[in-house]
Design a protein around this ligand. Structure first.
Ligand code: BGC
Length: 430
């Protein structure tokens, strides 16, 4: 992913000075235009993170209308976006990730934002694959905000202590700690039932069990051999194991509710991307302190990444100048620090200082760099980074079927993954 070796730790001075300029022009400026932004950031920390942007835009004289649609992972927001095309009411920017950026662009909807990209030199300040993902036919059409890591486990340290368990370091000690939590009457893992949350757990398990090559073969290249492999069967069996530690009554509870349960010690752990960290901070706890972070244990290490991004639309209800300001401000060093501190992610812009970020963000950063060196960075299949919606939907269906039917074997689920992914890919290319 480009050379991020010097990332965050150099050029910070220059960056900090440049950052100061945005706010100062600001307050006296008249209303220069409005941008509406469709997104699914509705939890406490997500809303706070988005406010950083509307405040910074307001300081420059622009108004941001925050069209937030609830639902972790964004499936409701996607439905709303599609229906807004029909009613000719497209937002100026919408939260769209991975290959879907290209799909919207191929449909002729995306706005060219090369002018802003050129001013800020996006090809230089963004990691290569991220910069590439924001382009279509050689033109920038979307702006990235951050880098989230998916393969995390969040652990309430007091709950662990109360249960007489120690911090796990591998798969077996992880399961042993879950057993102790269960015996102590504490829900071991918050988050059973909701398909998106279960798929997010499986995302982490798959990398830890099979490693980056397996992950890419299965979820990026959709190779039937990998999807139906013994490794996939092993990963699915691990999901079945973890299911025993989840409360079936958690069905219907949001991811942020579940993070709250871990912060309060009502549950011992949550397997979730580091937007959970945003909620931990927002609840007044310190990530890495009261709530520890651990990469999902298994035979393999690596980093499953997810870059939140916003695609701009040309025929929209927004003003072009405000759309440009939105994109420009999102990649300003000041926004990158403030937003990512609140959101739980790390800056996507290179050269932004991580001073003042919590221990888990520092770990995310160093694990990212290690994974980059070892070719162990993979785009998250559960967060739409690896495939288009149709294929992801097919994989989610199998995961949900497997989770909800305890009689379904891991072998049968792996076989179905291979056949359904292939079919979905075929259908979506027609
Ligand atoms: C997004 C995160 C968001 C999470 C929960 C993920 O797909 O990338 O930014 O916080 O969903 O809503």
């Amino acid at each position: 992913m480009g050379n991020r070796g010097l990332w965050h730790h150099t050029a910070c001075l220059g960056v900090a000075v440049a950052a100061l300029s945005i706010g100062s022009v600001a307050s006296a400026a008249p209303d220069k235009g409005t941008v509406s932004v469709l997104n699914w950031w509705t939890s406490g920390s997500e809303a706070k993170s988005m406010n950083v942007l509307s405040d910074m835009l307001a300081d420059q004289g622009y108004k941001m209308v925050n069209d937030a649609v609830s639902g972790g992972g964004g499936s409701n927001a996607r439905t709303v976006l599609k229906s807004r095309i029909q009613s000719n009411n497209m937002p100026g920017a919408a939260q769209i990730k991975g290959p879907e950026i290209q799909q919207w662009c191929q449909a002729g909807m995306a706005m060219n934002i090369d002018e802003v990209a050129k001013q800020q030199d996006w090809s230089k300040i963004l990691p290569g694959p991220v910069a590439k993902g924001m382009q279509c036919d050689g033109h920038f059409v979307a702006v990235p905000f951050n880098l989230h890591r998916i393969n995390w486990v969040w652990i309430n340290k007091s709950a662990l202590k109360k249960a007489g368990a120690t911090m796990p370091s591998d798969w077996n000690s992880f399961v042993a700690a879950l057993d102790k939590l269960k015996a102590a009457g504490i829900t071991p893992i918050a988050g059973g039932g909701d398909t998106w949350q279960v798929a997010t757990e499986f995302d982490a398990i798959a990398l830890a069990t099979g490693g980056a090559d397996f992950y890419r073969n299965a979820f990026v290249d959709l190779k039937p051999d990998a999807l139906s492999s013994d490794t996939m069967v092993k990963a699915l069996s691990r999901l079945r194991t973890l299911q025993k530690y989840e409360d079936a009554n958690d069905q219907g509870l949001s991811w942020n509710h579940n993070t709250g349960a871990v912060v309060k010690g009502e549950a011992g752990m949550q397997i979730m991307g580091d937007w959970a960290k945003g909620e931990i901070t927002n609840a007044g706890a310190t990530p890495g302190d009261q709530v520890a972070c651990m990469a999902m244990p298994g035979e393999h290490s690596g980093f499953v990444y997810n870059a939140d991004s916003f695609e701009m639309f040309k025929k929209s209800n927004s003003d072009k100048a405000a759309q440009y300001a939105f994109a420009r401000t999102a990649l300003s060093p000041e926004f990158q620090r403030k937003f990512n501190m609140a959101k739980g992610s790390i800056p996507v812009r290179e050269g932004v200082s991580l001073d003042g970020f919590d221990a888990c963000a520092q770990k995310a950063q160093s694990d990212f760099e290690a994974a980059e060196k070892n070719n162990a960075l993979v785009p998250s299949f559960s967060q739409d980074m690896a495939e288009t919606g149709a294929v992801k939907g097919a994989l989610f269906d199998v995961i949900a079927k497997f989770y909800n039917n305890k009689n379904m074997s891991a072998e049968a689920a792996a076989k179905q993954m291979a056949s359904q992914a292939k079919q979905a890919k075929l259908m979506s290319s027609m």
